[in-house]
Ligand binder design. Structure first.
Ligand code: ATP
Ligand code: MG
Length: 552
């Protein structure tokens, strides 16, 4: 499926090649571990392409594992959406769907094992107090009270934590590692906390929940993950990942970090995206302005284009922000190949063909794609009055590039006839109200019988048959390249007020039947996608992108 990942290589694949060559591993197992606390964004797509693509390349397995250890933020709605988005991207976990919450018993046992080894203890310091004890990287911390409590006592206290014998937050279980380590993550990190919260899978069975760092490595280990890829911010957590598994003496996956995908003019954090949703600054997670996979899908971006972007950006350890134009060009390239053509008029001007019979309606079978016969044809009605773009008439053409009508000028009405402009009607202010033409009945299909050259070809829609659609035009979500650059400012003040503008269009009638989510190139206008709320009665199209990138 993802040719990009399976044919390319990167530093992670080099590590895997070496592990296979040395016999350290014989089978490759990766995982994609989303926390179900929001919808996936295009940053996650990079991780998905890497995790699933690597498994495909090595004929291994990629697990989809929900990292559901933090019940307060998690929700079944997200669980469903995440699965839908991964499948849409073109990946399949098959049988390998797992839940961190299914391992809560094992995690508890492992915590007990650490206590028994004298490697974990119950600590009553509050988070704030502990920060003081932990100190700063350049100075050693102090040992928290209770650090040398006997094993028996720790076992009792931990059991009491589990059995609900303490208030939320009254104590935590800590790893006993090194309060002087230069790596703060190794200064006795918390492993378990008390939190009375109903879990979407385990309900009220637990009132203690494992911390991310404790849970994640154990999940990977239980599942036999060989290479656990994550983003760079986890690099400093890796010594803890290794310490926990080594101390427990269990299977040890290798954690490997790579840099996140960032894009200009957007933000890539579920927490921040949730703010936009909650504060109704967008219509929802799938608002086409959002960098979420469902938002991009609704806007008309394709999975292939997103995978292509991930391939181009590649896997490295270098932090960077990719230009959103790069994604847009991947989308245009893909849509140019794959989207059927249709005719739509955005700013309509009436054309009356004086010599065309009043009550005649002809139909033309137009190709759905100029270069792909296999995409078939569609039938478009033609009649005496048409809509064309306002910009396809001018009193006086200013340059050679101009394709449209002007007094006395002959133009090809795409796929139908040649027509010559014979007159123009203007209102009192001099605005063009309609234009008059005569057509050449011998030019059916759009070519002149005598072979005369007609340079301009324009699109049109039969006025009697056109359907009116709402058009939603999209632009960048933020006005700043990096909306998070200024840490003191609220990124939400940088939202682009023109990121959504509403317009209308006259469409060829067949588009009424467009399936929600289907994509088109409206010829000479841009790429459009039937919105999820589109119906034949209330046609709604999202403008995915303009036909070409605007000049910078
Ligand atoms: P966010 O920061 O948006 O909340 P997250 O990292 O908390 O994302 P998770 O559900 O934990 O979200 O992410 C699942 C996987 O996706 C992790 O392995 C994470 O490293 C990866 N990931 C998240 N954001 C990006 C990104 N921008 N680029 C590449 N990988 C990412
Ligand atoms: Mg996270």
């Amino acid at each position: 499926m993802s040719q990009d990942e399976t044919t390319t290589t990167n530093f992670i694949h080099e590590i895997i090649d070496a592990d296979l060559a040395s016999g350290k591993r014989t089978e490759i197992v990766t995982r994609f571990p989303p926390e179900p606390n929001g919808y996936l964004h295009i940053g996650h797509a990079k991780a998905i392409c890497l995790d699933f693509g690597t498994a495909e390349k090595y004929n291994g397995k990629c697990h989809l594992r929900f990292d559901d250890t933090n019940p307060e933020a998690e929700d079944e709605e997200y669980v469903q959406a995440i699965q839908e988005d991964i499948q849409w991207l073109g990946f399949d976990w098959g049988e390998n769907l797992y839940w961190a919450s299914a391992y809560f018993d094992t995690m508890y046992e492992y915590a007990v094992r650490l206590i028994n080894k004298g490697k974990a203890y119950v600590c009553e310091l509050t988070q704030e107090e502990f920060k003081d004890y932990r100190s700063i990287p350049t100075e050693p911390g102090k040992e928290p009270p209770g650090r040398d409590r006997p094993i028996e006592e720790n076992l009792e206290l931990f059991e009491k934590m589990k059995d609900g014998g303490f208030e939320d937050g009254a104590c935590v279980l800590r790893a006993k590692i090194d309060m002087a380590s230069p790596n703060l993550h190794l200064r006795d990190p918390a492993l378990y906390r008390i939190k009375r919260a109903t879990h979407h899978n385990t309900g009220d069975q637990w009132c203690i929940y494992p911390m991310y760092d404790f849970a994640h490595c154990i999940e990977d280990s239980i599942e036999g993950v060989t290479h656990s890829m994550c983003t760079l911010e986890f690099e400093v957590h890796r010594p803890l990942y290794d310490w926990i598994l080594q101390t427990l003496d269990v299977f040890q996956p290798q954690q490997i970090e790579f840099s996140r995908l960032n894009l200009t003019y957007t933000v890539m954090s579920k927490r921040k995206l949730l703010e936009l949703v909650n504060e109704k600054l967008v219509s929802g997670w799938d608002d086409p302005r959002m960098p979420t996979l469902c938002g991009m899908r609704r806007r008309g971006f394709t999975a292939a284009a997103i995978r292509k972007l991930c391939g181009i950006v590649g896997i490295t350890k270098v932090e960077s922000i990719s230009e959103i134009e790069l994604l847009e060009s991947c989308v245009r390239d893909d849509l140019n190949e794959t989207s059927p053509r249709a005719m739509a008029v955005i700013a309509p001007l009436k054309v009356i063909i004086d010599n065309y019979p009043d009550d005649l309606v002809e139909t033309f079978d137009l190709p759905n794609h100029p270069k792909k016969e296999e995409m078939g044809t569609r039938t478009v009605p033609f009649s005496r009055e048409l809509w064309i773009e306002e910009t396809d008439y001018t009193d006086m053409p200013l340059n050679n590039k101009y394709k449209g009508f002007a007094p006395g000028r002959e133009v090809r009405l795409r796929g139908a006839y040649l027509a010559t402009c014979t007159g123009v009607e203007k209102d009192a202010d001099g605005n063009v109200v309609s234009i008059a033409c005569t057509y050449d009945p011998e030019s059916k299909g759009g070519s002149a019988p005598d072979g005369r050259k007609v340079k301009g070809t324009i699109h049109w829609v039969s006025a009697a048959h056109a359907i009116d659609a709402e058009i939603r035009n999209y632009d960048r979500l933020f006005t700043a390249e990096n909306p998070l650059a200024n840490k003191d400012a609220d990124f939400k003040t940088l939202i682009n007020p023109d990121a959504l503008t509403i317009g209308t269009a006259k469409l060829e009638p067949g588009l009424a039947q467009a399936k929600p989510g289907s994509r088109y190139q409206f010829e000479r206008v841009g790429y459009f996608c039937a919105d999820l709320d589109h119906t034949p009665e209330t046609p709604i199209f999202n403008r995915t992108l303009t036909l070409r990138a605007p000049r910078k």
